[in-house]
Design a protein around this ligand. Structure first.
Ligand code: AP5
Length: 216
C-alpha cells in the first residue's frame, strides 16, 4: 500500500508516519527529513536549501522530485511507501503519479489530516526531536517517558528544536500550505483517493483510525 499524509505543518504527519513504519514494513519518505540531511552537508545546494527552509518557504520542485525519485529507486523492496510532506505542489503530485506508474505501483490512499491553525502553532512551538534517531516529542502532548532520555534510542541529552520551529517561520509555512499544497485536496478528491481524518484526535487514536481505514 502506498499512502500520502497530507496536512499543514504540525498536523502530525511525521508522528503518524513513524508509527506506521514501526508497526509495518512500510518505508517513510519524508522530504523534510531528506532536505534537513542535505542542509547539514556543506554543499552549495545544502546552503541554499537551509536558507529556504529556515524562512519556511518551499524548496524547488526539481530538488524534491529528484530526492523522491532516488529514494523510490533504492527502496524497491519496501512493502509500501508513506509519503510524508510530499507532494506539496500540483507539479510534485503529477511527478509522483508518473514515478509510481514507472515502477508498476500506484497510490492507495491520501489522508487529509485536519487540524485548526491555533492547535498547530502550539504543536510547532512545543515540539522537539532527538538528534540521534529523529524521534518527535512535544513538551505537553508527547513528552519522553524519562526526562532528557529518548524513548526510542535511549540517547541522553539529545533533544533539539528545529530551526524553523518558531512562530514567524511557522506562519510562512502555513501560508505556503494554503497557497501551494491545499489545491491537492481537490486534485486527490477528483481521483477518489482522499480520506479526511480528524488530526485533533490523540496520537494513538489517530494511529488506530488510520490503520482501520487501511485495513491493517
Ligand atoms: P517538513 O519537515 O515536512 O515540515 P512540515 O510539513 O512543516 O511538517 P512538520 O514536520 O512541521 O509537522 P508534522 O505534520 O510532521 O507534525 P509532527 O508529527 O512533527 O518540511 C520542512 C520544510 O522543508 C518545509 O517548510 C519546506 O521548506 C521544505 N520541504 C519539505 N518538503 C517539501 C516539498 N515536498 N516541497 C518543497 N519544500 C519542501 O507533530 C508536530 C508536533 O505535534 C510534535 O511535537 C508532536 O509530538 C505533536 N503531535 C503530533 N500529533 C499530535 C496529536 N494527534 N495530538 C497532539 N499533539 C500531536
Amino acid at each position: 500500500m502506498n499512502i500520502i499524509l497530507l496536512g499543514p505543518p504540525g498536523a502530525g504527519k511525521g508522528t503518524q508516519a513513524r508509527l506506521l513504519e514501526e508497526n509495518f514494513s512500510m518505508k517513510q519518505l519524508s522530504t523534510g527529513d531528506m532536505l534537513r540531511a542535505s542542509k547539514n552537508s556543506s554543499s552549495e545546494i545544502g546552503k541554499t536549501v537551509a536558507k529556504v527552509m529556515e524562512k519556511g518557504e518551499l524548496v524547488t520542485d526539481e530538488i524534491v522530485i529528484d530526492l523522491i525519485s532516488e529514494q523510490l529507486e533504492t527502496n524497491l523492496e519496501a512493502s509500501g511507501f508513506i509519503f510524508d510532506g510530499f507532494p506539496r505542489t500540483l507539479t510534485q503530485a503529477d511527478a509522483l503519479g508518473t514515478l509510481l506508474k514507472s515502477k508498476g505501483k500506484s497510490l492507495s490512499i491520501v489522508f487529509e489530516m485536519k487540524v485548526d491553525d491555533e492547535a498547530l502553532v502550539k504543536r510547532i512551538t512545543g515540539r522537539f526531536n532527538c538528534k540521534v534517531c529523529g524521534e518527535v516529542y512535544h513538551k505537553e502532548n508527547n513528552p519522553p517517558k524519562i526526562k532528557n532520555i529518548c524513548d526510542a534510542c535511549h540517547a541522553k541529552d539529545s533533544f533539539i528544536q528545529r530551526a524553523d520551529d518558531n512562530e514567524k517561520s511557522f506562519r510562512t509555512r502555513l501560508m505556503a500550505y494554503y497557497r501551494d499544497t491545499s489545491p491537492l485536496i481537490g486534485y486527490y478528491h477528483a481521483k477518489q483517493k482522499l480520506v479526511p481524518i480528524d488530526g485533533l484526535q490523540d496520537i494513538s487514536i489517530m494511529h488506530q483510525s488510520i490503520r482501520k481505514i487501511m485495513n491493517y
